[in-house]
Design a protein around this ligand. Structure first.
Ligand code: SF4
Ligand code: SF4
Ligand code: FES
Length: 234
């Protein structure tokens, strides 16, 4: 029977309480446990045993809800899915404002998503029964709909830092609607307004996505539509 090795983790965690701190600071903790602990296991242990005032978020612990996203050694990850390392610097997801410790303010994210009106805008009322859809397209739409809205891709995107660009997750959401056969809203125009052309096609967003999605491909599909057109039936 194989046994799992032990590890002692040194975790530097960004702390920030806006009611007390002028600037974020780092606090160092040591946690001993099994080497296959997740980053979330380490953070929970710190909360339970060393810093009961540490603010962090999680819900599902199985990589489905997207709420536990943080940056570990500069890389955005889902804390529940990322194996711990001996030395970790754990920070809230940039570029979003930190509410406290590892918790970011998602107000702007949610209002941007709401402004996109991500429900099909139909020419005709819904028939009130399931509509026929090609199996391949249904599978593609289901896959695109599996986005966790974790914002890991946005945090990793180099264009977001430098340019007026909403970021890859938002482009993926718009592309999901653009592919929907019933939707008549001009999603390409929304993507352009969101800075789509600022993407420089590096594919980093696809590499970091925990849901195996490709926001970069969604942007390439919008670009193809921009340059070569794409007919949705009227
Ligand atoms: S491909 Fe585009 S959207 Fe994705 S990380 Fe690179 S610049 Fe950002
Ligand atoms: S595309 Fe992937 S990384 Fe980006 S928000 Fe959705 S699930 Fe997260
Ligand atoms: S806790 Fe739900 S994705 Fe990590």
């Amino acid at each position: 029977m194989s046994t799992v090795a032990s590890i002692t983790v040194t975790a530097e965690i960004q702390r920030f309480d806006p009611s007390q701190d002028a600037e974020p600071r780092f606090e160092s903790f040591e946690v001993s446990g099994l080497a296959n602990m997740s980053v979330l296991d380490v953070v929970r242990s710190i909360y339970e045993n060393q810093a009961g005032d540490l603010a962090y978020q999680f819900a599902c612990r199985v990589g489905r809800c997207g709420t536990c996203a943080v940056r570990v050694n500069g890389r955005p990850v889902l804390a529940c899915q990322e194996r711990c390392k001996a030395q970790m610097r754990i920070e809230p997801l940039k570029p979003f404002p930190a509410l406290r410790d590892l918790v970011v303010d998602r107000t702007e994210i949610e209002s941007r998503l709401a402004s996109f009106e991500l429900a099909p805008l139909r020419n005709n009322a819904h028939p009130g029964q399931p509509e026929l859809i090609a199996p391949d397209l249904a599978a593609k739409l289901c896959h695109m709909d599996s986005c966790l809205l974790c914002m890991v891709c946005v945090s990793a995107c180099p264009a977001v830092e430098e340019r007026p660009f909403d970021g890859p997750a938002f482009m993926l959401k718009l592309r999901h609607m653009a592919e929907h056969p019933a939707d008549r809203r001009d999603r390409l125009d929304q993507a352009l307004q969101g800075g789509m052309l600022e993407c420089f096609n590096c594919d980093v967003c696809t590499q970091v996505c925990p849901a195996d999605l490709s926001p970069a491909q969604a942007i390439r599909d919008f670009r193809r539509e921009l340059f070569f057109g794409r007919g949705k039936e009227a």
